[in-house]
Design a protein. Structure first.
Length: 215
């Protein structure tokens, strides 16, 4: 007897034909199997703070060193993580389907490390930084994968002002250019054709296995 989950996976795999336009939206669950720490990591100093106390412009203006100590900790933890099977499957789909779009709420960069190109990052990247003063000499954002940071808080090489993580903090607007390219969010979960619940790396691997059998 075919289980309801297997039946739903078969149904979804049936939609993934060669010319399909595929859009995938990922969140924290896709990186769970990689061991990426959540906002409320249980270790050390950070269990004493709520995310709202650290991931805001106000928190940075008040205590940039504290905020950067947290981000430096997160960057070191993420740097030690590897893409999991879910990231790998989606990277393969990016090459297979010309109409493939990957939108992620994650800032960990594991989709890119798995090989996915042109990821739309709603909340930015923990591996990018920008000048807090928005000086004329610097770009709006630039990559910085230094682990651990050599100086906390780090400073802009153009104006010596502080730099900040290239992420969207609580209370900040999402980049309008990203919003133009993303799907409009709707409360439509009850109307989708197929809803699959389970670990992303398991569900995506099963869908990929069916696609491979189909050839």
């Amino acid at each position: 007897m075919v289980s309801p989950v297997a039946s739903s996976i078969d149904r979804l795999a049936g939609h993934l034909t060669a010319g399909a336009r595929v859009t995938v939206l990922t969140g924290a669950g896709v990186s769970a199997a990689s061991g990426v720490p959540t906002f409320r990591g249980p270790d050390g100093l950070w269990k004493q703070y709520r995310p709202e106390q650290l991931a805001t412009p106000e928190a940075f203006a008040r205590d940039p060193r504290l905020v950067w100590e947290w981000y430096d900790w997160r960057r070191q933890r993420i740097a030690a993580c590897c893409p999991n099977g879910a990231h790998q499957v989606l990277a393969g789909w990016r090459e297979r389907y010309p109409g493939f779009t990957l939108i992620t709420q994650n800032v960990d960069g594991l989709h890119e490390r798995a090989g996915t190109r042109h990821v739309l990052r709603i909340h930015g990247s923990i591996w990018e930084v920008s000048c807090w003063s928005r000086c004329a000499g610097s770009r709006p954002r630039w990559p910085d994968e230094t682990v651990p940071l050599r100086e906390i808080p780090p400073r802009c090489s153009h104006c010596s002002s502080l730099i900040r993580p290239g992420v969207v903090w609580f209370g900040e607007a999402i980049d309008p250019e990203i919003m133009k390219r993303c799907l409009e969010a709707t409360p439509a979960s009850s109307f989708v054709d197929v809803a699959l619940h389970g670990p992303a790396e398991t569900i995506l691997a099963e869908i990929e296995a069916r696609l491979r059998r189909r050839g």
